[in-house]
Design a protein around this ligand. Structure first.
Ligand code: AHR
Length: 496
């Protein structure tokens, strides 16, 4: 089949905020304990941080990491996780039914962020706790000295403030599974007050209001409109969360899930702008898609109640999951004008691109590769693509273009990058690439992920599902034609 993509240098969607390549570490399963933190492991440093994991996170290119939850945060007392480790309490952790030892907490996370070259995105507990504890945590993290909580931090051995810039106002507060879930009005008021007070402590921070915990929530839309109506002036972003699965083993529908994501993002933008219009506001609320991923392989796996760091939500990803992650990330980039933050949920072991053995090795899951490639090369601005592609219908969607694609332009490095998925399982795609205004650019690299069984996975010592290099695509006059293999993720880079 043939398809065409046309972009022009001047037709920018928007600047790509690096934070769109964020991720997430929750106190859940083996994300922290046995994931990023494992004192005594041969690869751990003096602070107990696994350096093999840190190396992979750097390779993946993750500029921001959300922490400590997730559902966990709605019952978390941040004070439990600071100060002398031997004095920290063990808690029954109600979100995931496990025991939390609190040997890793805020300061350990900040230290870890420094080592992983990521900045922290902290969530505050607006479930069992509220604005008072939230503002105290900002003071603990960000205030220099000479106040109760900044002096407490100093007494814990951390003289300099951590300067945390990004704060989530709770987590999924619309969900009945959440500790102290709230109605939109209840949450809107608490979030508004918390944000106001947190910003009074440190005027340089940005805050994220909880949107719906998924597009499927009965209150979706009304929740965003009501909470934003209350908190509009005091918050900077609204959150979106969504996970996708292939429960029905229906590949054409699974590959098309990014159409649903596109629609979800569009609906939230419309709701933000509806509230903006109602308020005659000059301020625009942007989007923080702070939980997204494929998640379904591990659903329903039993966990021993009150155990410590069990094997929870440990999805092992396959090749089709990697293609879906690529489509989702391309879609996020297509909304670069409004999606400023996004977090692949999560980062290590728990529905994650990096998988460890406690006491053992680590490997890159299939989903690691499209993320890492896009984080490395989708820089600068996203260009608005005009896509001409044959389409298909499937059980869940109509008119699905076989081609999912975005082009980015990195002005600083004189580089243009095209990211494309061919959704067809049967046919190669001859893609005609027309990048107007870049006539003096030449293709310099063509990499792809293709040719694997759709259910093929990676494992320890065998990362066979990964990117590989191809011969450069053909140039014909001003255009370039690339052959995209059936079921493939492709990255073509052009340089001046
Ligand atoms: O990422 C796993 C869980 O999914 C998070 O704790 C929660 O916010 C969401 O429901």
């Amino acid at each position: 089949m043939k398809a065409k993509i046309t972009v022009a240098a001047e037709m920018k969607i928007g600047e790509i905020d690096r934070r769109i390549f964020g991720s997430f570490i929750e106190h859940l399963g083996r994300a922290v304990y046995g994931g990023i933190y494992e004192p005594g492991h041969p690869m751990s440093d003096k602070d107990g941080m696994r350096t093999d994991v840190i190396e992979l996170i750097k390779e993946m290119g993750v500029p921001v990491v959300r922490y400590p939850g997730g559902n966990f945060v709605s019952g978390y007392n941040w004070e439990d996780g600071v100060g002398p480790v031997e004095e920290r309490p063990k808690r029954l952790e109600l979100a995931w039914g496990v025991t939390e030892p609190n040997t890793f907490g805020t300061n350990e996370f900040m230290l870890w962020c420094q080592k992983a070259k990521a900045s922290p995105m902290m969530a505050v507990n607006l479930g069992t706790r509220g604005p008072d504890e939230a503002r105290a945590l900002v003071e603990y993290c960000n205030h220099k000295s000479n106040s109760k909580y900044s002096d407490l931090r100093i007494s814990h051995g951390y003289k300099d403030p951590w300067g945390v810039k990004l704060w989530c106002l709770g987590n999924e507060m619309d969900g009945p599974w959440q500790m102290c879930a709230k109605t939109a009005t209840e949450y809107g008021r608490i979030a508004n007050e918390a944000s106001k007070m947190m910003k009074w402590v440190d005027g340089s921070i940005e805050t994220v209001l909880c949107g719906s915990s998924s597009r499927g929530m009965r209150t979706f839309g009304d929740w965003e409109a009501t909470t934003l109506d209350i908190a509009y002036d005091n918050v900077d972003y609204v959150s979106l969360h969504q996970y996708y699965g292939n429960h029905a083993n229906d590949l054409p529908s699974f590959l098309a899930k990014s159409l649903e994501l596109d629609d979800f993002i569009y609906s939230v933008i419309c709701t933000c702008d509806f509230v903006k219009a109602k308020k005659r506001s000059k301020k625009t609320i942007n989007l923080s898609f702070d939980e997204w991923n494929v998640w379904y392989h591990s659903n329903g796996a039993p966990v021993e109640r009150w155990s410590f760091a069990p094997n929870q939500l440990e999805d092992i990803y396959n090749f089709e999951d990697a293609l879906v992650v690529a489509c989702l990330l391309i879609t996020l980039l297509r909304h670069a004008d409004r999606v400023k933050i996004a977090c692949l949920a999560q980062l290590v072991n728990v529905i994650a691109p990096i998988f460890t053995k406690t006491g053992g090795g680590v490997f890159r899951q299939t989903t690691f590769y499209p993320f890492a490639k896009m984080s490395q090369f989708a820089r600068g601005s996203a260009l608005r693509p005009i896509i001409e592609s044959p389409k298909y219908d499937c059980k869940e969607f109509c008119d699905v273009p076989y081609l999912e694609s975005i082009v980015t332009y990195d002005e600083e490095n004189d580089e243009v990058a095209l990211f494309a998925v061919n959704r067809s399982a049967e046919e190669e795609m001859l893609l005609d690439i027309s990048i107007l205004g870049f006539e003096d650019y030449k293709a310099v690299a063509f990499e792809s992920m293709d040719g694997y069984d759709i259910k093929q996975e990676n494992t320890f010592g065998n990362e066979s599902v990964k990117m590989h290099s191809n011969p450069l695509p053909e140039e014909n006059g001003k255009n370039v034609t690339a052959c995209l293999k059936p079921l493939s993720f492709n990255v073509i880079r052009f340089k001046k």
